[in-house]
Design a protein around this ligand. Structure first.
Ligand code: DAT
Ligand code: MG
Length: 140
C-alpha cells in the first residue's frame, strides 16, 4: 500500500465542544500524520462550493449552513493507505451505524453533525486538498 494524503475536516459540532485534540489523537494513534492543519471559518459560499457534489441532495442547504456556522479545522493526513484508513477511523456517516472506537461513534451528534469529513477516493482527496492548501503549506 502506498503512502497517500487525504483531506480531513473537523466539523463545527466538534470544534465547538473542544474535541480537536481528542480527534487528532485518534488519527495519530492510527498512524496518520497531520502534515498540514489550519482553523478557518467557511463562508456559506465556500461551504457550498466544497460540497457541490451533494447539491441535489435534500440535506445540501442544511449541510452548508452547518459547515459555515462555526470554525472548522482543515487538515491533510498522510500515511499508508491514508484515504481508507481515515474513513475507518471516522466510522460510518450515521453515528448509529458506526463501529465502536470510531470518531463518529464516540463524538458525532447526528448524521448531519457527525464531527469529521474525510475524502473518499484518490481523485477527491487531491481536489479537496487543493481546495484548502497550497503546496507550500504541506510539510510532509
Ligand atoms: P461522508 O461524510 O461519510 O462521506 P456523504 O459524503 O454521503 O458522507 O455526505 C456528506 C455529509 O452530508 C455527511 O457527512 C453528513 C451529511 N449527510 C449525509 N447524509 C445525510 C442525511 N441523510 N441527512 C442529513 N445530513 C446528511
Ligand atoms: Mg463524503
Amino acid at each position: 500500500m502506498a503512502i497517500e494524503r487525504t483531506l480531513s475536516i473537523i466539523k463545527p459540532d466538534a470544534t465547538r465542544r473542544n474535541l480537536t485534540g481528542k480527534i487528532n489523537a485518534k488519527f495519530e494513534d492510527a498512524g496518520l500524520r497531520i502534515v498540514a492543519q489550519k482553523r478557518i471559518h467557511l463562508s456559506l459560499a465556500q461551504a457550498g462550493k466544497f460540497y457541490e457534489v451533494h447539491k441535489d441532495r435534500p440535506f445540501y442547504g442544511e449541510l452548508c449552513e452547518f459547515m459555515a456556522s462555526e470554525p472548522v479545522v482543515v487538515q491533510v493526513l498522510e500515511g499508508e493507505g491514508a484515504i481508507a484508513k481515515n474513513r475507518e477511523v471516522m466510522g460510518a456517516t450515521n453515528p448509529a451505524n458506526a463501529d465502536e472506537g470510531t470518531i463518529r461513534k464516540e463524538f458525532a451528534l447526528s448524521v448531519g453533525e457527525n464531527s469529521v469529513h474525510g475524502s473518499d477516493a484518490p481523485e477527491t482527496a487531491a481536489q479537496e486538498i487543493a481546495f484548502f492548501f497550497s503546496g507550500l503549506e504541506i510539510t510532509g
